[in-house]
Design a protein. Structure first.
Length: 157
């Protein structure tokens, strides 16, 4: 059974890692998108993201055509927004049944991972949540070594 990568990407950093994963292990891919897109103004999104995370806000998502029952292994990718996963990822995670799934999370960020992986563990009730990888970027420049990322990908089964 193929693994499934589910991700949200604001700037494209998370998507670039998804592309690496898909190329290496031929996974199916599902991109999460909000109904109302975020502004292209980064500073506006930072402020909005802080407000949404603080309120526990879950934005509405565009419908997805996927049946998680067809997958045992799921890779979850998100940028870190105020020390946790992006609100769009939160919406998706809360709407699914994770029982019996094996989850491999990764987070892209500028260095402030916070409690992102603990939050995956908490929301993905019933899943076997594996050790995640913290993938650092400066703006859009990858700072985590590709070798470390590939080693993490190789551990996914």
């Amino acid at each position: 059974m193929k693994p499934l990568v589910i991700y949200y990407s604001y700037r494209g950093n998370t998507k670039s890692i998804v592309d690496m994963i898909q190329k290496k292990i031929d996974a199916d891919v599902l991109r999460i998108e909000t109904v109302v897109p975020y502004s292209t103004n980064y500073n506006q999104v930072v402020n909005q993201g802080q407000d949404e995370v603080n309120r526990g806000y879950c934005p509405k998502l565009k419908p997805v055509d996927i049946n998680l029952d067809q997958y045992d292994t799921i890779i979850l990718g998100t940028p870190v927004w105020w020390y946790t996963f992006a609100p769009a990822m939160h919406t998706f995670l809360k709407s699914q049944n994770w029982k019996g799934k094996t989850v491999y999370p990764f987070a892209t960020n500028g260095g402030w991972i916070g409690h992102t992986f603990e939050d995956f563990q908490s929301v993905c009730q019933g899943a076997d949540v594996k050790k995640g990888i913290n993938i650092r970027f400066d703006e859009t420049t990858l700072r985590t070594s590709k070798k470390d990322i590939e080693k993490w990908i190789d551990a996914i089964h």
